[in-house]
Every structure is written in C-alpha cells, then in structure tokens.
Design a protein around this ligand. Structure first.
Ligand SMILES: Cc1ncc(COP(=O)(O)O)c(C=O)c1O
Length: 339
C-alpha cells in the first residue's frame, strides 16, 4: 500500500489531486522474454484521472492560480485529446472552478462521456491541427478564453508547466524506482511534455540513456527531428489518440529526444489485440502504438539482454473499448500468460 493511501485512512482533508503521481512501475515478463531484454512499464493509468496528464493539468492550474491568471470561480479552458481535459476538469472542479474542453471529433466516446461526468463543458471540433487552423481545438480554445471573462486557456502545447510536471515528478519517480538503471525510455509524443521532461532529466543523470518517441504515420515530428525542417508534403495523420502532430508544439524540447519512430494505426490495433490475448491487459491506444513500434522496429533497436527499457503507458484501454476492443473483447484464456 502506498504511503498516500495509508495517510487517507487517518486524514479527512486529502483531495483527489493529492493522489497524483507515485504510480507503479513493473517488469513486463511477456515483452521481456519476447525480445530477450528487460522491459518495464510505467503505469500512469493509476493516477486519479487515470492518465499521465493529471500531472501537467495540476501544474498548469497551480501556476495559473499562483500568478493571478484566473480568479476564484473562473473557467479553465483547454484543447485536449481527452486526458488533459479530464485531469484539468477533475482538479478544477475540486478547487471551485469550472472547465471548458475542446476535443477533436476523433476523441473516443468514452473520453467525451468521462469529461462530462466531471462537469466539463465539452465542444467537439474538426481537428487539432494547431492555433493557425480556424477549425482546430487549439484555435477554438484560445478564442473562447479571449472572449470570456475570467477564463484561462492553459494551452498545454505551449505551457512550460507541462514539461516541468514531468521533469519534476514523472522522471525522478522512474529514476528512483529503477535505481538509476535505465538504458532506454520510450513514450508517445503529443504535446511533447512527457518525453521532453523525462528526457531532459534522464540525460542530466546519464547522457547515454536513449530517449525514443513514437508518433503515428502522417505526424511530422520525426521529420523535424531528423532534418530540422518541416516536410514539403504532408500525409494524412493516422488518428491514434493523444499522439502525433502536424505542427511543432512549443512543449517539445527536441534536444531531449534521440529518435522518433512512426507507426501505423493498423499495426497499433493488432498490437493491442495481441497484447490483450497474451496478457489479459487492455493497453491504451498510444500504449499499443509503443508495443507495435517494438515489434515492427525490433531489428533496428539492437536491444541487449542487459538493457533496461522503460515504456510509458499514459492511460488504459478501458478508454478505448469502442475503438480498440469492442469487436473481440473476450480474452483468449488459452493464450493468456502473465504480463
Ligand atoms: C493517450 C495519450 N498518449 C500519449 C500522449 C502524449 O503525451 P504528451 O502530450 O506529454 O506528449 C497523450 C497526451 O495527451 C495522451 O493522451
């Protein structure tokens, strides 16, 4: 039992947000034996909002209140694939604020319902292509905040508290849990906050730790990392929720990342099914993209039996039942092994 859970028994003034962070990490025996190395999973779905995005949500809210950017009772506004929105809405509500969340139409039904359940007002937009696109979640969120008094756009794509949350909490947690024995860290990239915060911290500890990102086909971040320019032609972005961008977010610190792999939606879907059948675990969509990346690129990765690879699973497959699992949601018990 974690110390925070122990405290809860004795104190009555603990808030939901006090339970953010200190998520478990565990060795994945299935992937470790499949690739003859040591693979660990940082299980971020143990956060109260059930995703890693509770961390930046809390940092952004606290920073805004501390610096007088919003007054009591105001509205926090965000453009989100759902997880930041939920963390934000949950924390805001508990602190006496309201929330308005702009999601793109590719957001799962489950996420929209979960947002509404914590009192968020939800608006569905055409895309999340960035501030320059009139129909995007980011543009709509910014203009809503500009036109409504006492509302504040947290703007996770350009808010330094996003990276800071992962630099100050996620990264040291993993480092301590692994006793500094990390050779690789792999995370999906959306705003870039997770990989930048963790990557920066790990590189300061040991410059040799490899920091690898995952993005869907059609995203432009791997091109930007490799060439330092935007691509001349844009492909359609494959919709894997939470990851992939057609613009360069300000919260992506490219210097903290060594390589970005691209993966397709079909590979990610079949990785989710295979992982579920082998382990009984429902991986979130972007977590499945990481598993698919391992499978697809395993020959390029040159992983050694002595390596320790940490995969960050930002959320849980229960958020994607309708998208990923509804067609075959029965675990194949015969093939199930311990994960
Ligand atoms: C499910 C999921 N995976 C990955 C990410 C990417 O994390 P980051 O925005 O820190 O790059 C997000 C971000 O919203 C997410 O919701």
């Amino acid at each position: 039992m974690s110390s925070k859970r122990y405290i809860l028994k004795r104190r009555k003034d603990i808030l939901t947000r006090d339970f953010i962070g200190n998520t478990p990490i565990r060795r994945c025996h299935y992937l470790s034996s499949q690739y003859n190395t040591n693979i660990f999973i940082k299980e971020e779905f143990h956060n109260p909002g059930m995703s890693s995005k509770d961390r930046p949500a809390l940092f952004m809210i606290e920073e805004a209140i501390r610096n007088g950017k919003i007054k009591p009772g105001g509205t926090f506004v965000e453009a989100s694939s759902g997880n930041t929105g939920y963390g934000l809405a949950m924390i805001a509500r508990e602190m006496g604020y309201t929330s308005k969340i702009f999601v793109s139409k590719s957001c799962s039904l489950e996420k929209v319902e979960i947002l509404k359940s914590v009192g968020a007002e939800v608006e569905i937009c055409d895309n999340s292509n960035g501030l320059h696109d009139f129909y995007s979640t980011q543009f709509k969120a910014q203009s809503y905040a500009a036109n409504n008094t006492n509302s504040y756009f947290t703007n996770q794509y350009y808010n330094s508290s996003n990276i800071k949350a992962h630099y100050r909490t996620t990264a040291p947690e993993i480092w301590n849990q692994m006793k500094g024995e990390v050779t690789h860290f792999i995370a999906g990239i959306g705003t870039g906050g997770t990989i930048s915060g963790v990557g920066r911290f790990f590189k300061e500890k040991n410059i040799n730790v490899k920091i690898w990102g995952v993005e869907p086909i059609g995203s432009i971040l791997s091109h930007f990392l490799a060439h330092g320019t935007l691509p001349e032609e844009y492909k359609t972005l494959e919709p894997i929720e939470g990851i992939g961008r057609t613009f360069i977010p300000g919260s992506l610190d490219i210097n903290s990342v060594d390589k970005i792999f691209q993966i397709g939606i079909l590979d990610s879907e079949s990785a989710a099914q295979e992982y579920k059948n082998k382990t009984g675990f429902l991986a979130g969509f972007s977590s499945a993209a990481i598993i698919a990346t391992l499978k697809k690129h395993i020959n390029d990765l040159a992983l050694k039996p002595t390596d320790s690879i940490v995969l960050l699973f930002p959320d849980h497959g229960s958020r994607y039942l309708s998208k990923l699992y509804s067609k075959s949601n029965i675990v194949n018990e015969k093939s199930k092994i311990n994960c």
